[in-house]
Design a protein around this ligand. Structure first.
Ligand SMILES: Cc1cc2nc3c(=O)[nH]c(=O)nc-3n(C[C@H](O)[C@H](O)[C@H](O)COP(=O)(O)OP(=O)(O)OC[C@H]3O[C@@H](n4cnc5c(N)ncnc54)[C@H](O)[C@@H]3O)c2cc1C
Length: 469
């Protein structure tokens, strides 16, 4: 085993949304930090070119991981930049409904819109956020808007972390989900993480952490590089930013469950269902900006679902449409005529992340009757939208997709029911922190990334204050 004698001020595990912004705060505060990331360090010229290569090279499990009943597919990013590289970059500030339920579930009193506003503002300083100009919204956006207006539903333009998508030059954003080839999407490798590296952050990519140990006032971290060679590192503090599944997996593999009985519990995913509709005229949903509108309907929000206009690249669409052989081919030939709207459920039934005896991941997550009711309410609304705009056929997605992976190290006041305290420290540990998606007390029903950024910036400020820097 190779061993590094250096003792870092902090090691950050995971170079995704949270890790990048915690690291930025810490190195700017003068701390000597090492970041370890299992995924590869790409740039705009080296991101995979095809959809299949992007799936297999930027995600864990070769593209998708399944729950134990194989009816929810999770897309878990594995790349320097994490979710910020492969996501749709939609930025939401949480509303009162989300923060009230977080406060109730966790007992943490700073979960209020008023208090969090300052941290959202700090997050907004780090990236460019835009709405897609009306002139460039595509045919899929037209279906969404017209259908909402015909039914009297409320909608709003989406806020995206982007800088120059080149819509005026006819650029199509569908490839954006495999890493932005024009450095428009505000992924962390060109924003927060770039600044952190410039300020002295050491990054080791292609390195999977397998084990952590807290001993004698320091933390030891062991893992393997891409070629299988092991390395160990030491630090005074550890920041877990491996995401909802990654943090639980690592802590379970390292035996932390004896002190943290809630570890791996309270796992939520906002199960999403893509629904397609066929139109006589071409919709060309894959052209231009990927997404433009979201539902902003009070009734939808309180019914536990949201709708967004979205389209997937061709391979994903091929997996979503039904049938085999000629039937499947008949649908695929109509690719230009599909519109697509996604229903995302604010899931009320928590799942659980566990390890099998051999150490493999086991994700137990189902929809209870209430969650199914929420999904079906969403489908009712989208049927109204599609038929009001002249759809001839609707294909309802039956496979749930989990993109917003949350919980497993939920924040709360007591060690029995939660894993992380309001000071971002694991209960009972004075030098292990997490501020990523794993700390969510429940499913907010809104896009999580901007709140993860805000909380991570706050966590870094809290750690620096503790350090007296
Ligand atoms: C296709 C897609 C679309 C999405 N769209 C949106 C959107 O529009 N808006 C929004 O708000 N959210 C969206 N999300 C969700 C959002 O991207 C995530 O919630 C967010 O990135 C989570 O941040 P995180 O820091 O918790 O984890 P991540 O960003 O996932 O980062 C975790 C990192 O840790 C690394 N890691 C894990 N385990 C280890 C280990 N053992 N050793 C070393 N490294 C490890 C991973 O490889 C990963 O890079 C989307 C997600 C996907 C997949």
């Amino acid at each position: 085993m190779s061993s590094t004698q250096d003792i870092y001020d902090a090691i950050i595990i995971g170079a995704g949304t949270s890790g990048s912004y915690v690291a930025l705060g810490l190195v700017q505060g003068g701390m000597k930090c090492l970041m370890l990331e299992a995924g590869h360090d790409f740039d705009k010229n080296s991101y995979p070119q095809s959809e299949l290569d992007a799936n297999s090279q930027l995600f864990w499990g070769g593209g998708v991981e399944l729950n134990s009943s194989a009816d929810i597919g999770f897309l878990r990013p594995k790349v320097v930049g994490g979710g910020s590289v492969v996501n749709q970059a939609l930025m939401d500030r949480f509303d009162d409904l989300a923060f009230d339920s977080w406060r109730e579930a966790s007992g943490v009193d700073y979960f209020t819109r008023e208090y969090m506003e300052q941290w959202y503002d700090k997050a907004a300083e780090q990236i460019s956020i835009q709405t897609v100009p009306e002139a460039y919204r595509n045919g899929n956006a037209d279906v969404f808007r017209n259908g909402f207006e015909a039914n009297g539903y409320c909608y709003a333009p989406l806020q995206r972390a982007q800088k120059d998508c080149g819509h005026a030059q006819g650029n199509s954003c569908i490839v954006c989900l495999g890493g932005c080839k024009r450095d428009s999407k505000q992924s962390t490798p060109i924003t927060g993480l770039k600044r952190a590296r410039e300020a002295g952050l050491e990054l080791r990519a292609d390195f999977e952490v397998e084990h952590i140990e807290a001993r004698d006032g320091e933390v030891r971290v062991g893992g393997r590089g891409r070629d299988g060679s092991p390395s160990n590192y030491r630090a005074r503090r550890l920041v877990l930013a491996a995401g909802a599944i990654g943090n639980s997996k690592l802590l379970l593999a390292s035996g932390f469950q004896s002190k943290l009985p809630a570890l791996g519990h309270n796992f939520h995913t906002h199960p999403q269902y893509m629904n397609l509709a066929l139109y006589e005229e071409p919709v060309d949903a894959f052209k231009g900006p990927l997404q433009s509108y979201k539902s902003a309907d009070h009734h939808f929000r309180h019914s536990g679902f949201k709708l967004e206009n979205v389209f997937a690249p061709p391979v994903a669409i091929a997996m979503l449409i039904p049938g085999f052989g000629r039937l499947h081919q008949r649908y695929m030939k109509k690719m230009r005529h599909f519109a697509c709207i996604e229903v995302a459920v604010r899931d009320s039934s928590p799942g659980r992340i566990r390890l099998k005896r051999n150490g493999d991941l086991l994700i137990e997550k189902t929809l209870n009757d209430e969650d199914k009711r929420r999904r079906d309410n969403g489908r009712d609304a989208l049927r109204n939208i599609f038929y009001a705009t002249g759809a001839s056929e609707i294909i309802e997605g039956n496979v749930a997709i989990g993109l917003h992976l949350q919980g497993g190290c939920n924040m709360g006041l007591s060690g029995g029911h939660s894993v992380t305290g309001p000071d971002f420290k694991l209960h009972g540990y004075d030098n292990i922190y997490t501020a990523d998606s794993s700390i969510f007390p429940n499913a907010p029903g809104l896009n999580p990334a901007f709140t993860i950024m805000a909380l991570s910036i706050k966590a870094a400020a809290d750690i620096l204050a503790e350090e007296g820097r």
